[in-house]
Ligand binder design. Structure first.
Ligand code: FYN
Ligand code: ADP
Ligand code: MG
Length: 571
């Protein structure tokens, strides 16, 4: 089959790869692109903007990719990231792999070297076999060689990113294709949009009956929501399922707010109790991975029967036996279960739900005391307590959260009231997702965003703060400045600075001003609350540099158990 461009007769109206790609993306409902331009893709940004679409230009492709993936998670349309070849592609690939791991729909489009040079390794400008390097890290990796194939490639990328378990797709475009011409009429015929790219996947009635029986016979059932349930955007059905069954629920971090943290059936503050004592656990879009101790060991206490709702069939039994698999999309599975359980309520379970609620409320009350206890230097509790008291008046603000202590304490302290209003380090625990996630949340929701970042985590993408100010995004970044990774009080060995410390004179508030934003340093919960309220009201991009006691944190936050320490030479 020839790759040579078709010969177009004189006088025929022409189109080219640039225009066909933009036409195809628009036909698929894409209006925002996140990226970083340069050879060979620079023109696409200018042409995309000339059409009245938005191109959000970042300082590094990694955060452009994080932004695209979070846009996909929040909108259920694939987020699109455009990068240059080789190093730009590689920077974007981290975000594509993270999107695939988190089940966020995203398409990474990178320019690439010409096949005839790459395949003979003849040393092209930014030569790299990007197609094959991407393949293991995403759902699919496609290369487009002819202009007439751009339409089908974009449709395949959109359908692959959205259908089944959402994830990342790579589209490789060798540079010359962008300027390759073909008949405009033929080009138009080569474009279409997919019909129903993320079709409902209905569970088998036998599977629904099996799961319903388990729930009916349970004494201590628990519902556990994961970000797959949040992504499904079937919030009313989820709430109805919770309230019709009366079963306590606990959310994974990005499922917080799917049902309000203030709901009487919320068991988030009784987590250890419900994981250990429950006898039937309904997993809804949540994997039994490391975040759930792989469904094994002391975290899970008494023997469990798991019901698992998941769109990915081979997720079932990934770690432990699943007694009642429900393979399908969350909405179809939840509603099928609701129909099967119609009118079901159990007195036994009511006693369990009451005990859980007591534990949850007692633990919350205990924590409340710590949140308002003053200390000479702010700690995580009283700083986050001040933030919580402000944010409870702004339930539709999207919270972005990264760090170790800044992450784990904020996850516990900051309540979420609405679905998809918390974006964090996700399944991989990635540092540096903050600025890209905040950009996407502000752009895609049009609402103010608050990003609570550890000072280490913020440092991974700090230059992207200029991206936020450039687009005047209403983002308040609260840097939890404890002067180091985990803590800021580690003793430095002779003649060198500790590998865990930062410059104690770092001024994140002044960095904000240098990058075009507003900046304020705060030392007390009262100052923090005042600065946060003012920033939200101003709508201006702001950094609040919150001084936290260097001794306040613990190594790796709540996952210190994952640390490896040498026993050699230890007394
Ligand atoms: C929860 N809890 C609360 C509340 N919410 N107490 C009071 N009030 C409220 N609102 C309690 C909860 O019952 C737990 O206590 C405890 O607080 C912690 O709750 P959490 O965070 O839900 O549970 P836990 O055990 O930390 O969950 C394990 C985990 C989590 C692995 C899912 O730690 C996690 O998501 N970690 C992500 C780590 C990460 O990715 N870090 C980034 C890289 S850091 P008990 O019930 O008493 O247990 C690099 O170093
Ligand atoms: P969490 O970390 O919050 O527990 P995970 O990312 O581990 O969530 O799990 C999300 C799960 O949800 C994945 O296994 C994915 O296949 C599944 N999923 C994503 N979207 C849907 C959907 N619409 N319906 C059913 N399952 C879904
Ligand atoms: Mg720190």
């Amino acid at each position: 089959m020839s790759n040579a461009p078709a010969v177009v007769p004189e006088g025929v109206e022409l189109t080219d790869g640039f225009h066909l790609l933009m036409d195809a993306l628009e036909l698929n409902g894409i209006t925002n692109i996140y990226g970083l331009l340069g050879i060979p893709v620079t023109e696409i940004g200018r042409m995309w903007q000339a059409r009245g679409n938005k191109f959000y230009s970042f300082r590094n492709e990694q955060n452009a990719g994080y932004a695209a993936s979070v846009a996909g998670y929040l909108t259920k349309k694939p987020g699109v990231c455009v990068t240059v070849s080789a190093p730009g592609f590689l920077n974007g690939l981290t975000a594509l792999a993270n999107a695939t791991t988190n089940c966020f729909p995203m398409i990474l489009i990178s320019g690439s070297s010409e096949r005839e040079i790459v395949d003979l390794q003849q040393g092209d400008y930014e030569e790299m076999d990007q197609l094959n390097i991407a393949r293991p890290h995403c759902k699919a990796s496609f290369r487009i060689n002819r202009p007439e194939d751009i339409g089908v490639a974009v449709v395949r990328a959109v359908r692959t990113a959205l259908s089944g378990r959402p994830g990342g797709v790579y589209l490789d475009i060798p540079a010359r294709l962008f300027s390759t011409v073909m008949s405009a009429e033929e080009g138009k015929k080569s474009l279409w949009a997919p019909v129903d790219p993320a079709p409902a996947q209905i569970p088998a009635p036998s599977a629904v009956q099996r799961a319903a029986e388990l729930i009916k016979n349970a004494k201590k059932p628990l519902i556990l929501f994961g970000k797959g349930a949040a992504y499904a955007q079937c919030d009313a059905d989820i709430l109805a399922f919770v309230e019709e069954t009366g079963i306590p629920f606990t959310p994974m971090s990005m499922a917080k707010g799917l049902v309000s943290d203030l709901h009487p059936q919320c068991a988030a503050a009784a987590r250890s109790m419900v994981l250990q004592e429950s006898d039937v656990v309904v997993l809804v879009g949540a994997r039994l991975n490391w975040l759930l101790a792989h469904g094994k060991g002391k975290t899970w206490g008494v023997p469990k029967k798991f019901i698992q709702i998941d769109i990915q069939a081979n997720e079932i039994d990934s770690n432990v036996q699943i007694a009642a698999p429900l393979v399908g999309d969350v909405q179809s599975c939840i509603n099928a279960l609701r129909a099967e359980l119609k009118g079901y309520k159990s007195d036994d379970q009511a006693a369990w739900a009451k005990a859980v609620a007591e534990k949850h409320n007692t633990t919350r009350a205990k924590l409340a005391g710590k949140l308002s206890t003053p200390t000479p230097v702010m700690n995580y509790h009283n700083s986050l307590g001040a933030i919580r008291d402000v944010l409870k008046n702004y339930p539709d603000i999207c919270l972005v959260n990264e760090g170790a202590n800044a992450l784990d304490n904020a996850r516990m302290v900051i309540d979420q009231y609405q679905p998809r209003k918390r974006v964090d380090t996700g399944t991989w625990g990635v540092m540096g997702i903050g600025m890209g996630s905040a950009a996407a949340a502000a752009v895609e929701t049009g609402k103010p965003v608050v990003a609570i970042c550890g000072d280490s985590a913020f440092g991974f993408s700090a230059m992207e703060y200029e991206t936020l100010t450039r687009y005047n995004l209403p983002v308040t970044v609260i840097v939890m400045n404890n002067g180091g990774i985990y803590r800021g009080d580690e003793a430095s060995p002779d003649h060198q600075f500790s590998c865990m410390l930062f410059n104690p004179n770092t001024r994140y508030d002044q960095l904000s001003i240098a990058l075009g934003g507003e900046g304020v340093r705060v030392n007390t919960p009262e100052e923090l609350a005042k600065a946060l309220e003012a920033s939200i009201k101003s709508g201006k991009t702001t950094i609040i540099d919150a001084i936290i006691d260097p001794a306040a944190g613990v190594e790796s936050g709540r996952i210190g158990n994952l640390n490896i320490v040498s026993t050699i030479g230890k007394k």
